[in-house]
Design a protein around this ligand. Structure first.
Ligand code: ADP
Ligand code: 5GP
Length: 192
């Protein structure tokens, strides 16, 4: 069974993975978060270096060529990727790292770090609920909203390849389910 230093949370956009990941980071103070690189513009609530490293496309492509990314995907017209330097922070120190990445990226991490990773797929209760969550988040214009919804069927079709699946209907329950997996696969101290 995997040792589970890398805990990957993947889901179609709007399902709630960022909300769940933030709750776990608040519960486990020594857990690291893999800050991804992206060419997407920063949202108002996001902080450079905390939520993402926001890069120009040329810079991102230069880093791919230099071998600085362990996986990357073009999603909704932007590049998103996991930096080798982030993964090494966890693997070289034995700490646990949480990933909030797309479904294909989650499977890439499993392929590369099979013994060190646990990959969890978060499912929406149904497509209508997912659509409402994405609309209520108010971060997307019509075109990007549509692009996100267009990927959902493909992403849901990959759920069975994950180590675990958790439905995010009731948020507290979903957080507790992922928390149980963290407790099972790692030895994290809870915040007291
Ligand atoms: P993702 O990171 O998967 O794109 P977010 O964490 O941004 O999704 O969640 C999308 C929206 O849905 C946010 O506005 C969040 O507050 C809300 N949300 C998340 N989980 C639930 C839930 N179980 N019930 C209702 N709303 C939720
Ligand atoms: P958002 O624009 O909503 O922040 O993210 C869009 C999608 O990109 C989400 O599914 C998010 O999890 C994913 N994503 C974020 N970082 C990475 C990454 O490093 N690699 C991959 N493959 N996907 C990522």
């Amino acid at each position: 069974m995997s040792r589970g230093n890398l805990i990957v949370v993947s889901a179609p956009s709007g399902t709630g993975k960022t909300t769940i990941v933030k709750a776990l980071l608040a519960t486990y103070p020594s857990m690291l978060f893999s800050v991804s690189a992206t060419t997407r513009p920063r949202r108002e609530t996001e902080v450079e270096g905390r939520d993402y490293f926001f890069l120009q496309r040329e810079d991102f492509e230069r880093r791919i060529a230099a071998g600085e990314l362990v996986e990357w995907e073009e999603i909704y017209g932007n590049l998103y990727g996991t930096l080798k330097s982030e993964v090494e922070k966890a693997l070289t120190t034995g700490r646990t790292m949480l990933f909030d990445i797309d479904v294909k990226g989650g499977l890439s991490i499993k392929r590369m770090y099979a013994d060190d990773s646990v990959i969890v797929f978060i499912k929406p209760p149904n497509i209508e609920v997912l659509r409402d969550r994405l609309l209520n988040r108010k971060t997307e214009d019509e075109a990007t909203f549509k692009r996100r919804m267009d990927r959902v069927a493909m992403e849901l079709g990959m759920a069975s390849q994950f180590d675990y699946q958790v439905v995010n209907d009731n948020l507290e329950y979903a957080i507790a389910e992922v928390d149980k997996l963290v407790a099972e696969h790692t030895s994290q101290e809870r915040r007291v």
